[in-house]
Design a protein. Structure first.
Length: 406
């Protein structure tokens, strides 16, 4: 028998030896977080503008969130969806309050929320086709979209790097050009069930739909009896200064997918569907073991509490003005390196003229964590409760990096 090992293996070694190599990870091990700050295992502090990819909506370890999760963990964690739990009921009420008359299904991730939307579209198409299956199921999505890594999500994501190696995809997806209404209109036929789109494309580089375009999609869907399904997984839950980013366009979708920021770090996804389509789902035709546990819903309720009590939508709106202006000044000062600022609120992309990798490393070196996005973009995703000082600090760090690379 071998004696228990007393050799301490580093986290990096453990990852090298045992974790699946499906990520090109930054060489950084994070061990603690408070608010907008995280610390690595050497004690170095960083301003976290990754927020776990738009997840930590109220920062790390917000006291109200921690207390709510601790309280719920000691009360009841999981019961399955064979029974009711008070937290799921209350969270559904709060989301319906935000989205409008309708119903909510809870799951665990963005991809699962979107799978539910895709299944909703299939049910709607079957109803449209007089109850006949597999006749009306086309979903029109946008070029450069990102909807997740499941087979449905991948099939709605027309990107080589996502689909390569996994074909054949699920049939029934077509792709049109964002902000080009005619390109969507010309794909509509009798076999079309839905239009499915991100309000602001996140992964592909922060590409927003214009309000006019979204209003046009709403009209198209009304005219052709299609569902307008909006993926708010990244842009929703306050990130743009409205609870849902589509609110800026004044439209009402037929269904919404959400996840990332909803649990503030606890995994939870949700689909909202308008009341008039909610009966498409019947007992038995969809389900999940983990979706909507008391613990996950308590975490999400705490996020909604903090957004309301601390007036974070108002703060994001007010503070993003000066922050964006300071970022645009970087474009003016370093035109060889950065050519544009896109997005809304705290969902921002800086368009670089070259690969973001070296910039992300230099930012990290100077204490700012930010993710890239497609098309040479650096994404900036501060928590919704980032202070004006932290926003200003991010600009200082970016400025120092651009200046050093000039
Ligand atoms: C992240 C993301 C998803 C996938 O969410 P997961 O929780 O990673 O499954 C889907 N759609 C959009 C717009 C996203 O940003």
């Amino acid at each position: 028998m071998t004696s228990p090992s007393i050799v301490r293996t580093s986290t990096a070694e453990l990852y090298d030896a045992h974790v699946l190599k499906n990520y090109a990870r930054a060489p950084l091990t994070l061990v603690r977080g408070r608010g907008t700050q995280v610390w690595d295992d050497a004690g170095k502090a960083y301003l976290d503008f990754t927020s776990g990819i738009a997840v930590s909506a109220v920062g790390h370890c917000h006291p109200h969130w921690v207390a709510a999760v601790q309280r719920q963990a000691g009360e009841l964690i999981h019961v399955s969806n064979l029974f009711r739990n008070p937290q799921q009921g209350e969270l559904a009420r709060r989301l319906v309050q935000r989205a409008g008359p309708g119903r909510v299904f809870f799951c665990n991730s963005g991809a699962e929320a979107n799978e539910t939307l895709i299944k909703l579209a299939r049910l709607h198409g079957m109803k449209k086709a007089g109850g006949e299956e597999a006749r009306c199921f086309k979903i029109i999505c946008a070029q450069h979209a990102f909807h997740g890594r499941t087979f449905g999500g991948m099939s709605a994501t027309p990107q080589e790097k996502i689909q390569k190696g996994f074909r054949p995809m699920v049939p029934g997806f077509a792709f049109a050009e964002i902000n080009h209404l005619a390109s969507f209109a010309e794909l509509i036929d009798d076999g079309t069930a839905a239009i499915f789109i991100e309000t602001i494309q996140g992964e592909s580089g922060i590409n927003p739909c214009t309000p006019e375009f979204l209003a046009g999609l709403r009209q198209l869907c009304d005219r052709h009896n299609l569902l307008l399904m909006i993926d708010e997984v990244q842009c929703g839950i306050g990130r743009t200064g409205r609870f849902y980013a589509f609110e800026h366009a004044g439209i009402t979708p037929d269904a919404i997918g959400m996840a990332k920021g909803l649990g503030g770090g606890f995994p939870i996804g949700a689909m909202w569907v308008a009341e008039r389509h909610a009966e498409l789902f019947q007992p038995g035709n969809h389900g999940t073991t983990f979706g909507g546990t008391p613990l996950a819903c308590a975490a999400a309720l705490a996020v909604l509490d903090v957004i309301e009590r601390e007036r974070l939508l108002e703060k994001v709106t007010a503070q993003s003005g000066p922050w964006h202006a300071a970022l645009r000044q970087l474009v003016a000062d370093f035109p060889q390196q950065v050519t544009g600022v896109r997005g809304q609120g705290y969902l921002v992309g800086l368009q670089l003229t070259s690969e973001p990798g070296p910039y992300l490393a230099a930012l990290r070196e100077r204490g700012l964590l930010a993710p890239s996005a497609g098309g040479n973009v650096v994404r900036l995703l501060p928590p919704l409760n980032a202070t004006p000082e932290e926003l200003a600090q991010s600009v200082q760090i970016l400025r120092a990096v651009f200046a050093a690379k000039r």
